[in-house]
Design a protein around this ligand. Structure first.
Ligand SMILES: O=C(O)CCC(=O)C(=O)O
Ligand SMILES: [Fe+2]
Length: 203
Protein backbone atom coordinates (compact mmCIF):
# COMPACT_ATOMS: atom_id res chain seq x y z
CA UNK A 1 0.00 0.00 0.00
CA UNK A 2 1.04 3.58 -0.55
CA UNK A 3 1.60 5.45 2.70
CA UNK A 4 -2.03 6.50 2.63
CA UNK A 5 -5.03 6.18 0.38
CA UNK A 6 -8.39 7.98 0.37
CA UNK A 7 -11.65 6.45 -0.79
CA UNK A 8 -14.36 9.15 -1.11
CA UNK A 9 -18.08 8.24 -1.13
CA UNK A 10 -17.30 4.87 0.37
CA UNK A 11 -20.86 4.01 1.48
CA UNK A 12 -24.48 4.84 0.63
CA UNK A 13 -25.09 8.16 2.39
CA UNK A 14 -27.83 6.87 4.74
CA UNK A 15 -25.27 4.51 6.29
CA UNK A 16 -23.38 7.45 7.80
CA UNK A 17 -26.56 8.67 9.47
CA UNK A 18 -27.29 5.17 10.80
CA UNK A 19 -23.79 4.90 12.21
CA UNK A 20 -24.00 8.29 13.86
CA UNK A 21 -27.31 7.42 15.55
CA UNK A 22 -26.27 3.91 16.61
CA UNK A 23 -22.89 4.96 18.01
CA UNK A 24 -24.40 7.81 20.02
CA UNK A 25 -27.06 5.47 21.40
CA UNK A 26 -24.54 2.78 22.33
CA UNK A 27 -24.22 2.50 26.14
CA UNK A 28 -20.44 1.98 25.87
CA UNK A 29 -20.00 5.36 24.18
CA UNK A 30 -18.53 7.68 26.83
CA UNK A 31 -15.40 9.65 27.83
CA UNK A 32 -12.43 7.85 26.33
CA UNK A 33 -10.36 5.10 27.85
CA UNK A 34 -7.62 5.74 25.30
CA UNK A 35 -4.41 7.27 26.62
CA UNK A 36 -3.59 10.89 27.37
CA UNK A 37 -2.84 11.72 23.73
CA UNK A 38 -6.63 11.83 23.27
CA UNK A 39 -7.67 15.16 24.74
CA UNK A 40 -11.40 15.71 25.34
CA UNK A 41 -12.59 12.78 23.24
CA UNK A 42 -15.34 10.17 23.59
CA UNK A 43 -15.45 6.61 22.35
CA UNK A 44 -15.21 2.91 23.10
CA UNK A 45 -13.18 0.08 21.64
CA UNK A 46 -13.95 -3.36 20.27
CA UNK A 47 -11.02 -5.78 20.27
CA UNK A 48 -11.38 -8.96 18.24
CA UNK A 49 -9.59 -11.61 16.22
CA UNK A 50 -10.75 -12.58 12.76
CA UNK A 51 -12.38 -15.85 13.85
CA UNK A 52 -14.76 -13.84 16.08
CA UNK A 53 -15.90 -11.41 13.40
CA UNK A 54 -19.37 -13.06 13.31
CA UNK A 55 -19.82 -12.37 17.06
CA UNK A 56 -18.80 -8.73 16.58
CA UNK A 57 -21.35 -8.33 13.79
CA UNK A 58 -24.00 -10.01 15.89
CA UNK A 59 -23.50 -7.59 18.79
CA UNK A 60 -22.83 -4.53 16.58
CA UNK A 61 -24.77 -5.12 13.33
CA UNK A 62 -24.29 -1.50 12.26
CA UNK A 63 -20.52 -2.04 11.95
CA UNK A 64 -20.97 -4.75 9.30
CA UNK A 65 -20.85 -2.61 6.12
CA UNK A 66 -17.76 -0.84 7.48
CA UNK A 67 -16.01 -4.08 8.42
CA UNK A 68 -16.94 -5.71 5.08
CA UNK A 69 -15.24 -2.89 3.22
CA UNK A 70 -12.38 -1.87 5.49
CA UNK A 71 -10.92 -5.13 6.83
CA UNK A 72 -7.78 -6.25 5.03
CA UNK A 73 -7.42 -9.92 4.09
CA UNK A 74 -3.88 -10.21 5.47
CA UNK A 75 -4.84 -9.03 8.98
CA UNK A 76 -6.00 -11.23 11.83
CA UNK A 77 -6.55 -8.95 14.85
CA UNK A 78 -8.40 -5.67 15.08
CA UNK A 79 -8.96 -2.73 17.40
CA UNK A 80 -12.07 -0.85 16.32
CA UNK A 81 -12.96 2.46 17.93
CA UNK A 82 -15.49 5.18 17.23
CA UNK A 83 -13.87 8.47 18.23
CA UNK A 84 -15.76 11.71 18.87
CA UNK A 85 -14.00 15.06 18.93
CA UNK A 86 -15.79 18.30 19.77
CA UNK A 87 -14.69 21.91 19.80
CA UNK A 88 -11.37 22.02 21.68
CA UNK A 89 -10.63 18.27 21.33
CA UNK A 90 -7.40 17.11 19.75
CA UNK A 91 -5.21 14.05 19.44
CA UNK A 92 -1.48 14.49 20.08
CA UNK A 93 1.14 12.76 17.88
CA UNK A 94 1.21 8.99 18.36
CA UNK A 95 1.62 5.67 16.60
CA UNK A 96 -1.40 3.40 17.04
CA UNK A 97 -0.55 0.30 19.01
CA UNK A 98 -3.55 -0.26 21.20
CA UNK A 99 -3.06 -4.05 21.30
CA UNK A 100 0.24 -3.54 23.19
CA UNK A 101 -1.75 -3.66 26.41
CA UNK A 102 -2.31 -7.38 25.70
CA UNK A 103 1.10 -8.31 24.27
CA UNK A 104 4.24 -6.21 24.69
CA UNK A 105 6.07 -7.50 21.59
CA UNK A 106 3.38 -6.42 19.12
CA UNK A 107 4.55 -4.20 16.25
CA UNK A 108 2.32 -1.34 15.03
CA UNK A 109 -0.69 -2.32 12.89
CA UNK A 110 -0.18 -3.09 9.21
CA UNK A 111 -2.94 -0.67 8.29
CA UNK A 112 -5.18 1.81 10.07
CA UNK A 113 -8.56 2.59 8.51
CA UNK A 114 -10.58 5.69 9.33
CA UNK A 115 -14.10 6.47 8.16
CA UNK A 116 -15.32 10.01 8.71
CA UNK A 117 -18.90 9.59 9.91
CA UNK A 118 -19.75 13.15 10.86
CA UNK A 119 -17.87 16.43 10.47
CA UNK A 120 -19.06 19.93 11.46
CA UNK A 121 -19.93 22.06 8.41
CA UNK A 122 -16.96 24.29 7.52
CA UNK A 123 -14.87 22.73 10.27
CA UNK A 124 -11.75 24.65 11.19
CA UNK A 125 -8.95 22.51 12.58
CA UNK A 126 -9.57 18.77 12.97
CA UNK A 127 -7.16 17.80 10.18
CA UNK A 128 -5.37 14.48 10.49
CA UNK A 129 -1.62 15.01 10.05
CA UNK A 130 0.43 12.00 8.91
CA UNK A 131 4.19 11.87 9.41
CA UNK A 132 6.98 9.44 8.71
CA UNK A 133 9.81 10.21 11.12
CA UNK A 134 9.90 14.01 11.04
CA UNK A 135 8.60 14.41 7.50
CA UNK A 136 4.97 15.42 7.00
CA UNK A 137 3.34 13.16 4.39
CA UNK A 138 -0.10 14.63 4.29
CA UNK A 139 -2.69 16.68 6.07
CA UNK A 140 -6.16 15.25 5.60
CA UNK A 141 -9.21 17.42 5.96
CA UNK A 142 -11.97 15.01 7.00
CA UNK A 143 -14.88 14.68 4.58
CA UNK A 144 -18.00 12.74 5.55
CA UNK A 145 -18.09 9.29 3.91
CA UNK A 146 -14.39 9.23 3.06
CA UNK A 147 -12.61 6.05 4.07
CA UNK A 148 -8.89 6.52 4.65
CA UNK A 149 -6.31 3.76 4.93
CA UNK A 150 -2.83 4.60 6.15
CA UNK A 151 0.29 2.59 6.88
CA UNK A 152 0.10 1.61 10.54
CA UNK A 153 3.61 2.70 11.53
CA UNK A 154 3.04 6.37 10.68
CA UNK A 155 3.05 8.96 13.45
CA UNK A 156 -0.16 10.96 13.31
CA UNK A 157 -2.10 13.62 15.18
CA UNK A 158 -5.38 15.48 14.92
CA UNK A 159 -5.25 19.27 15.09
CA UNK A 160 -7.53 20.87 17.68
CA UNK A 161 -11.09 21.27 16.43
CA UNK A 162 -12.00 24.97 16.43
CA UNK A 163 -15.63 24.72 15.33
CA UNK A 164 -18.70 23.71 17.40
CA UNK A 165 -20.26 20.42 16.37
CA UNK A 166 -19.22 16.80 16.18
CA UNK A 167 -16.30 15.16 14.40
CA UNK A 168 -16.91 11.41 14.57
CA UNK A 169 -14.50 8.95 13.01
CA UNK A 170 -14.60 5.15 13.03
CA UNK A 171 -11.05 3.91 13.36
CA UNK A 172 -9.80 0.36 12.91
CA UNK A 173 -6.22 -0.66 13.70
CA UNK A 174 -5.53 -3.81 11.67
CA UNK A 175 -2.76 -6.14 12.78
CA UNK A 176 -1.03 -9.04 11.15
CA UNK A 177 0.12 -11.06 14.18
CA UNK A 178 2.10 -14.25 14.62
CA UNK A 179 0.26 -17.25 16.10
CA UNK A 180 2.01 -16.68 19.43
CA UNK A 181 0.97 -13.01 19.56
CA UNK A 182 -2.55 -13.82 18.43
CA UNK A 183 -2.94 -16.20 21.35
CA UNK A 184 -2.48 -13.24 23.74
CA UNK A 185 -5.31 -11.15 22.26
CA UNK A 186 -8.86 -11.48 23.59
CA UNK A 187 -11.03 -13.18 20.99
CA UNK A 188 -13.71 -10.53 21.42
CA UNK A 189 -14.03 -7.88 24.11
CA UNK A 190 -15.30 -4.33 24.51
CA UNK A 191 -13.21 -1.71 26.27
CA UNK A 192 -15.12 1.22 27.69
CA UNK A 193 -15.07 3.39 30.77
CA UNK A 194 -18.64 2.23 31.31
CA UNK A 195 -17.63 -1.45 31.17
CA UNK A 196 -14.67 -0.79 33.49
CA UNK A 197 -16.90 0.70 36.16
CA UNK A 198 -19.34 -2.17 35.81
CA UNK A 199 -16.52 -4.71 36.22
CA UNK A 200 -15.11 -2.96 39.29
CA UNK A 201 -18.48 -2.84 41.00
CA UNK A 202 -18.92 -6.57 40.67
CA UNK A 203 -15.67 -7.32 42.52
O1 LIG B 1 -9.95 10.58 13.63
C1 LIG B 1 -8.86 10.59 13.07
O2 LIG B 1 -8.63 11.28 12.08
C2 LIG B 1 -7.72 9.72 13.60
C3 LIG B 1 -7.88 9.33 15.05
C4 LIG B 1 -6.73 8.53 15.61
O3 LIG B 1 -5.59 8.82 15.43
C5 LIG B 1 -6.97 7.32 16.40
O4 LIG B 1 -8.11 7.00 16.74
O5 LIG B 1 -5.99 6.61 16.75
FE1 LIG C 1 -4.33 7.06 15.91
Amino acid sequence: MKQYQLQPNAFPSNYLNDLWGEIQACPYFTINNLNRDFVGTKGFSVVFVRSHLPQVVQQFPYFKPYLDLALQANCNAFYLNPLLLKEGSRVDPHIDRSLRSYCKTIEPPAVVSVLYVRVPPDMEGGELVLRSHKRQLGQIKPQVNTLLHFQGDLTHSVNAVKTPGNRLSLVCEQYSLSEAELAEIPEFTVESRVAQYATKKRK
